[in-house]
Design a protein around this ligand. Structure first.
Ligand code: C2E
Ligand code: MG
Ligand code: MG
Length: 818
């Protein structure tokens, strides 16, 4: 039951009888079945019936005023009460009476004298019928309500297409409403197209039809309907036709706009310049646009259903490490993800693109992630362009050297690092002498060629760590970062000056050029990039003032140092050339017996006024300038000649010769030692070579090979100044060395300083455990000697025994004695 109806309400019965006794008996017998009201005459009966609207009326025919038939007529004419069930009660009998009762609308009649039991049953039945009638009525009403409210046109037609029922009560569907259309032909009600479709389909053998029709006009905006046609048939043919119509206009419109939308989307995605790939929630491909097809090398129908990783081969452009596709992250983390910077895509056919862009999850209307989309584009060209632009912005067009902007950046960086790491930065401003004159006389074309050639020549001098920039017409800057000492700068500057003095050939003609160089050093004279540039500039003008074709330091101290070094260099060259290098010999003794067993050869350089210059002041310079090879060879040869002479005089003393790191790393070194031994005829066991720890640490493999080759000659190797360098057990084990010379600083301090003492003790332990001989250096006092002997050091040298002596003196004291 659709609606709430009060079916349990008690029914009402009206008893009409003029005999009080029978009225009472009747009332009494049915009072439990319904509300019972009574009337004693016709007038009262009409009155009460109108007032109480009884369901059943027991109506006596013989009444004092108006008889029962007339009362019945009256009631049947009253629309409010006409449906009441009238049961006549009478003592009459016969057909005539029965006929009249039924004709007047009476339903039943009860014969007097009343059989109360039968009467009660009859009344009960009538009441029940009344209730069912009411139920039916309600059901009919409900059905009507339902049918009138469903948004579906429901209609039933005869086989002649006459409408028997429809629910278009308000004319929502067609122009003719229900009341105007029932009984009419379908062609009068339905639009022509729909009508002919129905007629056509009804004639087929199929009973059920579903089809869509477009309604041409409708005042209710119904444009598209889905029709369900049920043809009821039996052996006699069509019994009836049920037609229902559902308005699908909005569905159609939604579908249409969806189709339009997806078409628009398709066209958009196919025509945009970006590559677009869509996936399902498992990152399997569902869509690719043509750009994505081109960039991945996959065609959409092959790619569909495959995992994104298979289609988009991404990696880091620099490291080539495989990357996680952003769409995978977007799906996992349910957020927009940008593609990693520096991303590279390799297509199926091996083409490489630099790509950039992002991925996002796609959600349904409930927010659930149902897939992802990645949009990317080729940035190879823009990256190449950016690189080119950055190069153009930072380089000089004529020479392609870094320009002032890039230089400033590098100088600032070098200054920062030098402060942080305690290193030295040198900046050289190189200016071509008289360039303006050349440019004016030869013309700009030649001027440009000169600038290019100078740049080329400068490039050939500098190493990879050096920045060479062009900062003005004829000005170049050389930035030397990370220097351990400023000494190296002289050599570079001198090299440049020298190199520029070599003739230039420009378009067949020869030109001689020179440059003036100003040098500033961080931290000696400058701290910042600006200061360095300004000071190098000032120093360059100093060089010009001093006659050009030279270099000058901004710092006077450096300038002085440079001049000193320059004069020592001059002396050294001359001494080597004139064979005037002197060798002093310091005796080495067996400490226990104080017996001289050898000597250390120590080179000496004498200045123009006869003063000796310490090797500490010229050996490093000789290493920088390369003179060390000639010097070292000279010392070795002279020492070997002396030792051979001593041997020949019956004084076999082992000679220890110092070898600089540069000498030791020279691949021809062993050969030259062998040659000296050969030339001098000194048996190799009387030669010991002293090398410092740092000289050994350069290249392990080369060092081991050189040491082995030297050992093979039969000489011995001592590590000089031991304890000041690496002093690592592991390398000592690897290198075939024979002697450790304890650095003199430890010997000097060990008496007063426990730490030095401990070091000396540790070195002696080390030497004993590795079976190495020990030599103590710088023994100046008896206490030094005593302690060294106590620790087990076998040999030593020092002022306590003797200073290094000129050859003649040494020989007089230690060789030609007895
Ligand atoms: P070194 O090889 O450690 O030589 C020992 C230095 O200590 C020598 O200084 C020597 O004069 C000095 N000396 C010796 N006994 C004492 C002492 O009791 N007290 C003090 N205070 N000093 C003592 P020298 O001759 O000035 O040589 C210095 C360094 O120059 C040498 O140190 C060596 O590394 C290097 N050198 C000297 N001659 C040559 C050479 O011909 N070739 C190479 N490559 N280097 C050499
Ligand atoms: Mg030495
Ligand atoms: Mg030494």
């Amino acid at each position: 039951m659709l609606f709430n109806h009060d079916l349990e309400a008690k029914r009402t019965i009206l008893i009409v009888d003029d005999e009080p006794a029978s009225l009472m008996i009747l009332e009494d017998s049915i009072t439990d079945l319904a509300n019972v009201i009574t009337a004693k005459n016709g007038t009262e009966a009409i009155e009460k019936a109108t007032q109480f609207l009884p369901d059943v009326i027991l109506l006596d025919i013989e009444l004092p005023d108006i008889n029962g038939f007339e009362v019945c007529i009256n009631l049947k004419n009253n629309p409010r009460i006409c449906n009441a069930t009238v049961i006549f009660v009478t003592s009459h009998s016969g057909n005539q009476f029965e006929h009249q009762s039924l004709e007047l609308g009476g339903i039943d009649f009860i014969q007097k004298p009343i059989d109360l039991r039968i009467c009660r049953l009859r009344i009960k039945n009538h009441l029940k019928m009344k209730q069912q009638e009411a139920l039916l009525c309600i059901a009919e009403k409900d059905l009507h309500t339902l049918v009138s409210q469903v948004p579906v046109y429901i209609s039933y037609w005869s086989k002649e297409f006459i409408n028997l029922f429809n629910n278009d009560f308000s004319g929502q569907w067609f122009i003719k409403k229900t009341e105007q259309s029932i009984g009419r032909f379908s062609e009068d009600i339905l639009p022509a197209e729909l009508n002919s479709e129905i007629i056509l389909r009804a004639s087929s053998n199929i009973e059920k039809h579903i089809f869509e029709v477009k309604l041409e006009t409708s005042h209710n905006k119904i444009e598209h309907v889905q029709a369900h046609l049920n043809i009821g048939k039996d052996e006699n043919g069509i019994q009836g036709i049920l037609l229902t119509l559902t308005d699908i206009t909005s569905i159609k419109q939604a579908k249409k706009s969806l189709a339009t939308e997806s078409e628009r989307l398709r066209v958009t995605l196919n025509s945009i310049g970006d590559a677009v790939i869509a996936t399902d929630e498992h990152a399997n491909i569902t869509f690719m646009n043509p750009i994505a097809e081109r960039m991945t090398g996959w065609v959409i129908h092959q790619a569909i259903g495959k995992h994104i990783d298979q289609i988009m081969n991404l990696c880091d452009a620099t490291t080539k490490h495989k990357g996680v596709n952003p769409i995978v992250i977007a799906l996992q983390e349910k957020r927009i993800v940008a593609m990693a910077l520096n991303c590279q895509l390799t297509s199926l056919d091996g083409r490489i693109y630099r790509v950039e862009d992002s991925a996002a999850p796609i959600r349904d209307d409930e927010g659930q992630v149902i897939g992802g989309i990645i949009v990317f584009h080729d940035v190879s060209e823009s990256i190449a362009m950016a690189v080119k632009m950055s190069h153009l912005a930072n380089h000089d067009q004529l020479t392609d050297l870094p320009n002032r902007i890039l230089l400033h950046d590098r100088v600032s960086r070098a200054c920062y690092l030098s402060t942080k790491n305690g290193l030295i930065v040198a900046l050289m401003l190189i200016d071509i002498d008289h360039f303006k004159y050349l440019n004016d006389t030869l013309g700009h074309h030649h001027g440009d060629l000169i600038i290019k050639q100078v740049a080329k020549r400068l490039e050939s001098i500098v190493d990879v760590n050096t920045t060479l920039a062009r900062v003005g017409g004829d000005e170049y800057v050389l930035l030397l970062p990370d220097l351990k000492s400023a000494n190296h700068v002289d050599a570079v500057a001198a090299d440049i000056v020298h190199s520029m003095n070599q003739p230039f050939r420009i378009e067949g003609e020869e030109f001689n050029l020179s440059v003036s160089i100003g040098i500033s050093i961080n931290p000696t004279d400058s701290r910042t990039a600006e200061e360095m540039m300004a000071h190098a500039d000032a120093a360059m003008y100093k060089a010009k003032e001093q006659g050009r074709n030279r270099f000058c330091y901004y710092s006077d101290d450096l300038e002085k140092l440079f001049h000193q070094r320059q004069s020592i260099d001059k002396l050294l060259r001359a001494a080597i050339e004139n064979n005037s290098l002197e060798i002093f010999y310091q005796p080495k003794l067996k400490l226990s017996q104080k017996e001289v067993v050898g000597a250390e050869a120590l080179v000496r350089l004498r200045d123009n006024v006869g003063h000796l210059i310490s090797p500490i002041d010229f050996i490093p310079l000789a290493e920088e300038t390369g003179l060390i090879h000639a010097l070292g060879h000279d010392v070795l040869k002279k020492s070997c000649i002396a030792a051979k002479r001593w041997l020949d005089k019956g004084k076999p003393l082992k000679i220890a010769v110092n070898i600089a790191a540069k000498q030791f790393s020279n691949p021809k070194f062993t050969e030259s030692v062998a040659q000296v031994l050969e030339e001098t005829q000194l048996p190799s066991r009387y030669l010991e070579l002293e090398v410092t720890e740092s000289a050994l640490m350069h290249n392990f493999d080369d060092t081991i090979k050189t040491l082995n080759d030297l050992c093979a000659l039969g000489l011995t190797i001592a590590i000089d100044d031991f304890g000041t360098g690496y002093s690592s057990l592991s390398y000592l084990k690897l290198f075939p060395v024979d002697v450790l010379k304890i650095d003199q600083s430890f010997v000097r301090d060990m008496v007063s300083d426990d730490q030095s003492k401990n070091i000396v003790q540790a070195i002696t332990h080390l030497a004993h455990s590795l079976n190495l001989q020990l030599v103590g250096e710088g023994i100046e006092e008896q206490a030094h000697l005593d302690m060294l002997i106590k620790f087990g050091c076998q040999e030593g040298q020092g002022y306590l025994f003797s200073r290094p002596l000129p050859e003649a003196e040494f020989e007089a004291l230690y060789v030609f004695t007895q």
